[in-house]
Design a protein around this ligand. Structure first.
Ligand code: SF4
Length: 718
């Protein structure tokens, strides 16, 4: 391999939030020959199977290489969108023609609505798979050209409820400690997460910590791989997180295991929590969560009395209609025991996509501007308006719509035009039939992507974008570490960088942007123009990275924010001396025990949990076009406990029909004795058996996240 490579380029893995650094080896045909891990702060040379083998999607013959405009005789059929040949639906166009058509459609939608005096009918979904600069430009375009805060991205379906609870309780939603801090923890509570599949290099750090003496408590309805390494495994009933966590809080409070000095100095409303959890005794909660009272007591005591205890959680916690309640209980657990603000302690919601942290920081959220400045904050709006050369009062004062709300508004006809950059809501949104009908019903849909995704198949204009190894830009991992992704190879055909596309659209929509972004995704280290100039403008709005200039990032390659000046090395552990809240005190908020929005019944007697697999990433658009990864996991499966499968008359490999109130799919059975009884697990990466045709769009009222981890289904032989 090494002999075949002509050049080597250091960059960052495009998949999960761990943010492993890697080296692309590029051959004489300008193709990636192989990938190796290098010594990044998150991975120290390690890579998982996705990072090591999931690169050839960039060279797939299915890449989009020319702009496409929908044929007049190609109806948008939301029932037949999987893997369509683009020639059936679109004709090729020049970039000028496609960009003009894209801009004209948005102008027409805005003009029609303005004439009726209504709110902006346009919305945008940006991407957690692009760079920070691309996310920043995207939200700026939506807010300035479309006059709306209707801009969101997949964070809404990921940790929006965690963010809501963290903002409410701590005044900040960032992780308090880096993932590798597990090495300093005496005890790690890992709940509702499966890092061995979804953050695999992170899982290796957990395993190393366990080997060195850390006690791991794994709490998850599925007995996943890390259970083998756990000191205690708590297989609680799906959806009963608050019952388990409030019972732990009750034990800690009633047995005097809190940290009174920490509670007095750094929190408020302890008496409210104390009164609230009194009724949640382990005996009362055991029938709800399925964990024996003595086990709850043992784990609660171990957590509270550990010298340092850290909480990691994933979407098993967040993707519920009561996700905010779940996170509130975890925050209280950390605060009342003083297990935060030191190495080996704290709260770490494991971010999913490689840049979901950075895209959120950059303002790709309907209720905040960059660095989480609320849109209702007059001073924050004035700063943005000044920097963006807008007249005072241009930016709206009310938050925009969130992902599922935008889809609902499109379905109703209140949103008539959308710009989607690198997201695939036709696969990722709950109740996908509804989402697909909403997208198909839009008067104008423009999609930027590298493949003709299930969403792009419903577009009016498709703009071919560069893949991750084809562009330069910054990206922020789950640890708040800003890293530099570097362009390694050229892009196919006429594919162009997303940031260039955004700038071209902005110019056509009358904005006087002049960053001079390179169409080929390249960048240089001076920060004077192009993608570096975008970063420097973004930095001016973001105190968290004020000390991290583009030239410094170019030199150092990875710096953890907050970073206040050029000499500041960054701050891996935060909340060391309080919280960004009134008087510096965190707020303890009681967690209510709320049942799932849809319970099993006679017609739909099983619980469905959706999620990811080790080899496939989210909607599968990249990993299913990576030969090694797709060879390992080539087809969809529904995992069932052996006893459940036997009762249903299903064997391994048999075709099952899984149906919910919203849809039905057919897929083979996989037997998994780690599954809880009467529960099914389906990954959402497979268009031919899209799990989200089944899921429930019920929303958490605060985080506006859908209940992707729980709905009622029927499973039977197909
Ligand atoms: Fe990439 Fe995540 Fe695997 Fe690291 S752990 S190689 S970032 S997918």
């Amino acid at each position: 391999f090494a002999q075949a490579s002509l050049k080597q380029v250091d960059s960052v893995c495009p998949f999960c939030g761990v943010g492993c650094q890697l080296r692309y080896h590029v051959d004489q045909n300008d193709r990636i020959a192989h990938v190796e891990g290098i010594d990044g702060p998150a991975n120290e040379g390690r890579l998982c199977v996705k990072g090591r083998f999931g690169f050839d999607y960039a060279h797939s013959p299915e890449r989009l290489t020319r702009p496409l405009i929908r044929r007049a005789d190609a109806p948008k059929d939301p029932t037949a969108i999987e893997r369509r040949d683009w020639k059936e639906l679109f004709r090729e166009a020049s970039w000028d023609e496609a960009l003009d058509a894209a801009a004209a459609g948005f102008r027409a939608a805005l003009t029609a609505t303005a004439a009726r005096g209504r709110a902006s009918p346009v919305a945008g979904f940006g991407s957690a798979k692009g760079t920070n600069e691309e996310a920043y430009l995207f939200q700026k375009l939506v807010r300035t050209a479309f006059g709306t805060h209707n801009v969101d991205h997949c964070t809404r379906l990921c940790h929006a409820s965690s963010v809501a609870a963290l903002m409410e309780g701590l005044g900040s939603a960032v992780v308090s400690n880096p993932l590798r801090d597990v090495a300093h923890a005496d005890l790690v509570l890992l709940i509702g997460a499966n890092p061995a599949q979804n953050h695999p290099v992170g899982a290796t750090w957990i395993k190393n910590a366990v080997r060195a003496g850390t006690r791991l408590v794994l709490a998850d309805p599925r007995r996943t791989e890390l259970a083998r390494h756990a000191w205690r495994y708590l297989g609680f009933a799906p959806g009963s997180d608050v019952a388990l966590l409030n019972a732990m809080l009750q034990v800690i409070v009633s047995e005097g295991l809190t940290d009174p000095a920490y509670v007095a100095a750094h929190t408020r409303d302890f008496d409210t929590i104390k009164a609230h959890v009194a009724a949640f005794t382990p005996e009362a909660m055991a029938p709800v969560c399925g964990i024996e009272p003595e086990v709850i007591r043992e784990v609660a005591r171990a957590f509270a009395t550990a010298k340092s205890a850290m909480i990691l959680w994933g979407m098993g916690v967040s993707q519920h209609a009561h996700g905010t309640e779940n996170a509130r209980a975890l925050i209280a657990l950390s605060l009342i025991t003083g297990q935060i603000g030191r190495p080996g302690t704290g709260l770490h919601p494991l971010r999913g996509q490689n840049n979901v942290q950075g895209a959120s920081d950059a303002g790709l959220i309907p209720m905040v501007l960059p660095d989480y400045a609320r849109v209702g904050d007059v001073a924050a709006r004035e700063r943005a308006e000044a920097l963006w050369h807008l007249a005072p009062g241009t930016l709206g004062t009310e938050p925009g719509l969130t992902v599922v709300e935008i889809i609902d508004a499109a379905y109703r006809g209140d949103i008539t035009a959308m710009l989607i950059q690198g997201e695939n809501p036709a696969m990722s949104d709950p109740d996908a039939t509804h989402a697909r009908e909403a997208l198909a019903g839009l008067g104008h849909l423009v999609v930027q992507d590298i493949f003709l995704t299930e969403t792009a198949a419903l577009a009016d204009v498709v703009l071919p974008a560069t893949a991750w190894p084809e562009k330069t830009g910054s990206v922020t991992n789950t640890d708040r570490c800003v890293q530099l992704g570097r362009k390694a190879v050229g892009s196919p055909g006429e594919a162009r960088a997303d940031a260039w596309i955004t700038e071209q659209l902005a110019v056509r929509l009358g904005l006087g942007w002049g960053y001079g972004i390179a169409a080929d995704g390249s960048g240089s280290g001076d920060g004077a123009q192009g993608i570096g100039a975008v970063y420097e403008e973004m930095r001016a709005l973001m105190p968290s990275i004020s000390g991290l200039s583009w030239p410094r990032l170019w030199r150092e390659g990875a710096v953890t924010y907050p970073v206040r000046d050029e000499q500041d090395p960054g701050q891996p552990v935060v909340f060391t001396d309080g919280f960004p809240m009134p008087e510096g005190r965190a707020r303890l908020v009681p967690a209510a025990l709320v049942p799932p929005a849809e319970e099993p019944d006679a017609q739909y007697p099983l619980v469905l949990i959706t999620g990811r697999q080790l080899e496939h990433w989210h909607t599968g658009s990249m990993t299913r076009r990576s030969q090694v990864l797709d060879a390992i996991e080539p087809s969809p499966v529904v995992s069932l406990h052996p006893a459940t499968a036997e009762r249903l008359g299903l064997r391994a490999g048999a075709l099952a029909r899984v149906s919910s109130r919203r849809g039905a799919i057919a897929l083979p059975v996989r037997i998994d004795d780690g599954m809880p009884p009467d529960t099914a697990f389906i990954p959402f990466a497979y268009a031919e058996a899209a799990a989200n045709l089944l899921t429930n769009p019920a929303l958490d009222p605060l985080g506006k996240i859908a209940e992707l981890k729980y709905c009622a289904v029927d499973v039977r032989p197909a």
